[in-house]
Design a binder for this molecule. Structure first.
Ligand code: PGA
Length: 223
């Protein structure tokens, strides 16, 4: 009975996610897409600033972020914990001896508007240290490739590093205050009229998120 009902619900789910969302969102969608064969998906993975802008204009139904927008009233459903790790190439002398040491370690920064960038800026402000930033790159994948190529150190979500950590291609630098914890969240505009497709997705997330985390993301607990 339930399957038949699910089968007739049709429409398009419009979503956007920040750059790290590409490692996460497919897993929070695959069973849903399987169960609702008549629902299509449009998913934009882009800069956080643009994600928030699309949400504000009601061009998308849901966004996946870790850092909540400050100027927009949204509702949220937490998906799972997020963990930012500081990483570099194994075997490089990149662990600072003290806070001032950061002034000489090449730090790879994210672009303006990135949530990771906001968190790292706040971290260094707290330390009262100006890090040595020579590279500013767009997207977490680009930053990761730069770290692997030996260009410097960076803070990245553990979820973007599964294969590299498993293969020992990157090393976690045990910096003070790290890992930095936050949450991955599904957000939508407050007062949004949720379509039946949106309601079905929210319902799916609320009932399945724990199972999805246990099945696909609990490996991250070890780091
Ligand atoms: P980012 O955003 O991947 O653009 O850094 C993450 C976030 O929303 O916190």
């Amino acid at each position: 009975k339930m399957r038949a009902y699910k089968g007739i619900l049709s429409g398009t789910l419009r979503m956007a996610g920040v750059s790290t969302g590409k490692y996460i969102m497919p897993y929070f969608l695959s069973d849903f897409m399987e169960e609702y064969q008549a629902i299509d998906l449009i998913l934009d993975v882009t800069n956080r600033g643009k994600v928030i802008e699309s949400l504000a204009k009601n061009e998308i139904d849901f966004a996946v972020v870790s850092v909540l927008p400050a100027q927009l009233e949204v509702e949220e459903e937490k998906l799972m914990p997020n963990k930012l790790l500081f990483i570099g190439l194994p075997g490089r002398p990149w662990q600072p001896e003290n806070d001032e040491g950061f002034a000489s370690i090449p730090l790879i920064h994210r672009e303006e508007g990135s949530g990771t960038r906001m968190i790292i800026d706040a971290y260094f402000q707290e330390l009262k240290v100006a890090p040595k930033v020579r590279l500013t790159l767009t997207s977490s994948e680009t930053v990761k490739q730069a770290v692997i190529a030996g260009l410097g150190v960076a803070a990245l979500s553990v979820f973007s590093l599964k294969n590299e950590l498993e293969r020992g291609e990157v090393e976690i630098l045990p910096l003070k205050g790290f890992p930095l914890m936050s949450e991955w969240r599904l957000i939508w505009l407050k007062n949004k009229r949720l379509s039946p497709v949106c309601k079905a997705y929210l319902d799916f997330i609320r009932t399945r998120k724990k199972i999805i985390f246990d099945r696909h993301f609990s490996w991250a607990n070890q780091y």
